[in-house]
Ligand binder design. Sequence first.
Ligand SMILES: [Fe+2]
Length: 411
Amino acid sequence: MLDSMDGKYNVGGVLLDRPFKIRRLGHFGINAIKMEDALHFYHALMGFRIVDIRDPFPEGREVPDELKPFGDLRGYFFRYSHDHHAFVLYNHRQRGAVDKLGRWRENITVNQITWQVGTLAEAVNGHHWLKERGSNMIRAGRDMPGSNWHTYLMDADWFQNELYYGIEQIGWDGYSKPWDMHNREFKDVAPLPQISEYREVQEALEAGVEMNTGYRDIEPLEEKHDVDGILLGRPFKITKIGPVRLFCQDINAALSFYRDSLGFIETETVDYKGHQCVFLRNNTEHHSMSLYPIALRKELGCREDSQLFAFAVRLANYQQLKNAVAFFREQGCTVREDIPQELYPGIDYSAFVVDPDGQLIQLYAYMEQVGWDGKPRPASDRRRVIPGDWPDAVEAVSDSYMGEPFLGPLG
Ligand SMILES: [Fe+2]
């Protein structure tokens, strides 16, 4: 049993209700059916850079006949910033075919929803605490590639969540960690303490590991777009990921998982035509997770064989958001502007791009920030958006350009 004082846990000297605190969405994954098209969409069009590729059938290994119809079987890790991965793409049907533990669900096309905690102790103590509570734990340890220490668990709908600490950081040269440095993978929860990553690198250098033998992506598009002073392959830059939007079979069971087990804070509940939709946060953003009753899915014209409503990405600014909408249309993608604004309170201008499998990727540039008193802005004080009407520029609001900043160069 973990030590607690009157039911409180000491997290770095601060007493909390659980022995960890989620800071932000770290990465997110989709399991795709049209893998080749999805790879083009997320890599070339969205602009996520490939950081590593996991091939279950490396050179010489025969692909079994039953997997051949599923297309590309490799798993792709992508980044938009310095975190080793912010997005992953796996093959949905292959995942189902090789699932021996009964964890795959046909309508769960999310690979993982992954939350960053502050320390390794939080990740490890969080694992033990969640296990003691009877959570649906999957596995714990440290994965390669990515080097993050973690624990995986399922929510009520079998969406796989992960808590992690310490994901590998990609530096100026753009190379991922050499595969020869994957020796410190852990298949079980880590004993504490562990040596630092800097020590691991030192030991690898002394062992003669070549430091530039990891993966380095090549920009797939011509870098012809002037993006606020930098030439990029597309006229915008993703600067943050999330929120995640899920359709839930039982909204109360889902809420209990995210609020009571993972510690999310309820920011706001919206009644949309009798459907209760819940918006949750773990930092200053209005929400990073949102839960919707599954009965809404058909009404919104969403893909009927998936419980993922949408995965959102924040672009650097309003102008880039406008540029992105035009860019995706020029590329032949469907861009939807008909999803009602009440379903994403805290965001003003927005559009939803349809990916090759029919999943919605929400584009936005502004997210309302919640301060010390925990109160969101009254709905009546929010900016009103007329769908399809994109002004040349918008008036600033009190929290324009606030919240988690993007670090480093745009490209
Ligand atoms: Fe992960």
